[in-house]
Ligand binder design. Sequence first.
Ligand SMILES: [Zn+2]
Length: 207
Amino acid sequence: MPRSAMETRHPYGPTVGRLVDQLAGLPGIGRKSAERLAQHLLGCDRAEAMALAEAIRDVRQAVHPCPVCFNLTEDEQCEICRDSRRDPQVVCVVEQPKDLLVIEATGVFSGRYHVLGGKISPLSGVGPDDLTIDALVRRVRRDGVREIVMGTNPTLEGDGTALYISNLLADDGVQITRLARGIASGSVLEFANREMLADAMRGRQSF
Ligand SMILES: [Zn+2]
């Protein structure tokens, strides 16, 4: 995200100011931490600082969305789509790749995933066409998917997105379920307890 508009002056000069701005734009990093990280990068070995810069650049060049499920991968298709032991006819729909990771960590789901890339959010200007919903519908029809597990976050927008998709698929004869409501409404999967999430997957209910 370009932050030039809000560039702050730094006593060492504008280049350091720009670094502090970039760091402060990261989640969980306030201005004080950003300043501390910048001081560290200026004081550490040049090689250490360059290794960090290269790691950031390389990861953005190497990692891309899987063309089937939109999970992130460095390969042509992601690990889960390539795993023939996983049931291609049961698909868990999640908002973001990080949601896939938390569900995957429970170890109780043996189907595949579909990453939407967000949720329908009229207030933020995100409509169905901004997500991978079309690709999901095509996939359901092509692969004869028999169950869609809605793993969207139990928030107003997450639920709305799940409802939109289930309406789209109403005539496709696919069973639509969702994670059991052990997860508090309004919370996000990312922070759900692993055991609770495993129970929610095992006890999934008709949508
Ligand atoms: Zn995939």
